[in-house]
Design a protein around this ligand. Structure first.
Ligand code: DLL
Length: 435
């Protein structure tokens, strides 16, 4: 990967970038129309032909693609190349229904390595680094996606994957891991295992953590930074678009992640009307891949909620930034008419002294009423303090949740290590109403 060229692409004047995007978009639309029946049918229904795409604004004439389209064409129906040209597939498990299957040509794998390497470079990772890759290897895109990116950059990769947490600490210490790639919840799991092993951050060379694949609040980030003694940066991606490597937070940006717009074209739409929204307004993120071969996707509704910022970043990159993803439209819990995102509960919890960054939300239906209870770990000292103190803390949490989210919930404080630790994406919500 030529870092000078990357530097140039990421700092192009907007008009230059936009002309690259338009050229790529036109090629993509012609290609899917030609080769993929479901896309052609949807475009015909909408009365739009590839030649109608004369500007980037014309993208909004094209129909959206949703998870249902992927399910309807399960497993390979939206691929644009013959299977002989597909060198790899991944799948996301999905909590309901069939998994989502995605495919890559050799060129796609190379594009993916490039974008992922650019993200790592944006986070300050370089050739000299020892990259501890604790994203899960397998059908999940995290492990292999990050792996190829780190190799493309020329760093040394430790393909440790998720799990076997105790051994990971030994490896980190003995191999001198300087970069940690993991979900934020697994980073905290590792921090705990470090304490158990009697290893302190200053015995490690860890400098930076690049965390994503699940929502995490700023307070959670502070916890990760404090407990591991690192700078923790956010990385975003999804299998349908490519995997990790779609957007990355640079160290100078407090507000969100730079989208690698020369490959992934973002839009924000109103989650109810699906009308495009201007920068600065929150809504559902929609992506169009501009360069993928085997499984390109047009206007994919991610269900992730974010905001786009066009103001230039202090780092000098001209790439648009997307705000930290606070949740998904389908994560939203409706508790007696009030909309609640698990990340909002996390934000409240992590701001309260004595509360540990491990929690779970349980939703039940009692008669016709929904009830929400929050199970949260407290520090050892607090747990063994007087009942009065625990009751006070319970009331504080309830009051703050009520204040911020407008919902009354029950709170149960539990001993450290009661809540199951994650090795990948944490399960924050148990919704018994769906059982
Ligand atoms: O999670 C890809 C990935 C791997 C991203 C490693 C970053 C690091 P999926 O399994 O398809 O792919 O899940 C994608 O995870 O739509 C979001 O809801 C969520 N997500 C991913 N990154 C973030 C993030 C990978 N930084 C889904 N913040 C996405 C919040 C995230 N949510």
């Amino acid at each position: 990967m030529n870092l000078m060229q990357v530097e140039e692409v990421e700092r192009l004047p907007r008009t230059g970038l936009e002309s690259i995007q338009l050229r790529r978009l036109q090629r993509l639309v012609a290609r899917v129309y030609d080769r993929v029946r479901p896309y052609r049918e949807k475009m015909d229904q909408a009365g739009v032909k590839p030649d109608d795409i004369q500007s980037l604004g014309d993208l909004s004439k094209l129909p959206f693609t949703t998870k249902d389209d992927l399910r309807d064409n399960y497993p390979f129906g939206l691929f644009t190349v013959p299977m002989e040209d597909v060198v790899r597939v991944h799948a996301s498990s999905g909590t309901t229904g069939k998994p989502t299957v995605v495919g890559y040509t050799a060129a796609d794998i190379s594009t993916w390595a490039d974008v992922m390497a650019r993200c790592l470079a944006m986070g300050g990772v370089s050739e000299g680094d020892m990259v501890h890759n604790a994203y899960g290897y397998g059908l999940f895109t995290g492990g292999l996606g990050a792996h190829y990116g780190a190799e493309r950059l020329g760093a040394t990769v430790i393909p440790v994957s998720g799990g076997n947490t105790k051994r990971q600490i030994t490896i980190m210490r003995d191999f001198g891991s300087s970069v940690l790639l993991s979900t934020p919840s697994y980073a905290l799991n590792l921090a705990e295992a470090m304490i158990d092993a009697g290893v302190t951050p200053d015995q490690l060379k860890l400098r930076v953590g690049i965390h994503g694949a699940e929502p995490w609040s700023r307070n959670m980030r502070d916890e990760v930074e404090k407990k591991l003694g690192i700078r923790a940066l956010d990385i975003y991606g999804l299998s349908e678009v490519i995997g990790p490597g779609v957007a990355m937070q640079c160290p100078e940006s407090e507000h969100g992640m730079h989208i690698l717009e020369d490959h992934f074209f973002p839009e924000i739409v109103d989650p109810d009307t699906f009308e495009p929204l201007p920068p600065g307004q929150p809504g559902e993120l929609v992506f169009t891949t501009l360069t993928k071969e085997a499984f390109p996707i047009i206007r994919y509704r991610t269900k992730d909620i974010s905001t786009l910022y066009t103001e230039q970043c202090a780092c000098g990159r001209t790439l648009v930034r997307m705000e930290k993803v606070t949740g998904r439209t389908d994560d939203m819990l409706i508790i007696r008419g009030v909309n609640v995102f698990p990340s909002q509960v996390e934000h409240v919890l992590m701001g309260i002294e004595g509360v540990e960054p491990h929690y779970q939300i349980e939703v039940n239906r009692e008669g016709s009423l929904d009830t929400m209870s929050v199970l949260v770990e407290v520090s050892d000292n607090v747990f063994h303090d007087e009942v009065k103190v625990l009751e006070g803390l319970t009331r504080t949490i309830q009051a703050e949740i009520k204040d911020l989210l407008g919902v009354t919930c029950s709170v149960k404080l539990v001993e450290p290590r009661t809540i199951q630790r994650s090795e990948g994406k944490a399960q924050r919500v148990i919704d018994n109403r769906k059982m």
